[in-house]
Ligand binder design. Structure first.
Ligand SMILES: Nc1ncnc2c1ncn2[C@@H]1O[C@H](COP(=O)(O)OP(=O)(O)OP(=O)(O)O)[C@@H](O)[C@H]1O
Ligand SMILES: [Mg+2]
Length: 347
């Protein structure tokens, strides 16, 4: 079936390192060239790609990307720290609570270490952008998670974290337990204090108390995110690579998506090895050179053979379409090469 990108929100997910960021940007270029006002929400692009998307000077802004073929393309990089701060601002019940959380050193530790907080920031940003009706298409690159369901589960995970017993334990008996810990009976806690400083437990206790009351906000957010992902407005595209490891990773992701009733719209099978052409007889090469080239061609043919059964397996997935994107011999870092890949995606 011909690829269709009729939804407004296009999520590009998949295992780590398969080309999600590259293909999300390519899709953005192609849609903009078709006349849609498009924004690409991207995560941690490689340096040269970031340059091409205009992030060099204004990493936190929505930047206009100049296109050779014309069209309105904008790109925005996800700065998780900044958006996490805004999330706290949104859900804090009072200005005082907001200030206390943002200034607490535990806050930074939590943002960096709590699983899913970066994914949560991505979701928050997406909800925000999707509420702006001026965008025709919103292409969303997703963070390199083994399990992209982290993205969907993140708001609930945060709500659970605030709900869980360790939290209430600290909140209810805070002062007493803190005194006990301070008595130094627990080696682990002492070690933590040594690493994080003597204010650590104080900060933790205060931080958890300040977070109190924010659970409901996170839980509602989880429902909003799910509703958006399940709506007709949103499509999920799996980016993957023809190998056993990527087949298995993708399977886990798709099972989790199905569990949340989020349909798979299309598959981008990336870096498919092109069939190498035979060495032309009239190319003038020494017999040694010819042997070297033949070895290389044999290696490439072998790669084609390795990929073949996995390509066939991916074709059986219950998606509306599958596009094969050939492995490019040049790096895909500029708008011209993104446009070339984008045209393959749309063809
Ligand atoms: N079709 C392709 N042919 C050749 N190189 C490609 C192709 N697609 C992507 N690449 C290259 O593969 C590398 C990884 O791509 P990219 O950063 O887009 O992957 P990713 O899935 O976003 O990774 P991560 O999971 O770390 O975010 C980049 O150097 C990119 O230029
Ligand atoms: Mg990426």
């Amino acid at each position: 079936m011909k690829p269709s990108f009729d939804s407004r929100i296009l999520l590009v997910g998949g295992p780590g390192g398969v080309g999600k960021t590259t293909l999300a940007a390519s899709l953005g270029v192609a849609l903009a060239e078709q006349g849609f006002k498009t924004v690409v929400l991207t995560v941690d692009p490689a340096r040269r790609l970031a340059q091409a998307l205009g992030f060099e000077n204004f990493p936190n802004e929505v930047n206009r990307v100049p296109l050779v073929q014309g069209g309105e393309l904008f790109a925005s990089m996800l700065d998780t720290q900044r958006y996490f701060d805004r999330i706290i601002e949104k859900f804090a019940n009072t200005p005082d609570q907001k200030k206390k959380i943002l200034e607490n050193p535990m806050y930074q530790i939590m943002v960096d270490s709590l699983g899913g907080s970066h994914e949560y920031a991505a979701m928050e940003r997406l909800l925000e952008i999707s509420q702006d009706p001026s965008w025709d298409k919103i292409v969303v690159d997703t963070p390199p998670t083994d399990n992209a369901m982290d993205l969907i589960a993140a708001p609930k995970r945060l709500a659970d974290f605030m709900d869980n017993s360790v939290l209430s334990w600290f909140q209810s008996g805070g002062a007493l337990y803190l005194r006990l810990f301070r008595a130094g009976t627990r080696i682990a806690m002492k070690a933590l204090q040594a690493i994080l400083g003597s204010d650590f437990l104080d900060s933790l206790g205060k931080f958890l108390t300040d977070l109190e009351g924010m659970q409901a906000g996170f839980q509602n957010r989880h429902r909003e995110v799910l509703a958006m992902l399940r709506s007709k407005d949103c499509s999920f595209f799996l980016t993957t690579f023809p190998s056993q490891a990527r087949w298995e990773d993708s399977g886990r992701l798709l099972t989790a998506l199905a569990g949340e009733s989020i349909p798979l719209r299309g598959v981008f099978l990336n870096r498919v090895e092109p069939q190498p052409t035979a060495l032309n007889g009239d190319v003038s090469l020494s017999s040694e050179q010819r042997q070297e080239v033949e070895k290389l061609l044999a290696f490439r043919r072998q790669e084609v053979e390795h990929q073949k059964p996995w390509t066939e397996k991916f074709a059986t997935l219950p998606a509306d379409f599958l596009v094969q994107i050939p492995r490019q011999t040049q790096p895909v870092h500029d708008v011209a090469s993104l446009s070339e890949l984008g045209r393959i995606l749309l063809s």
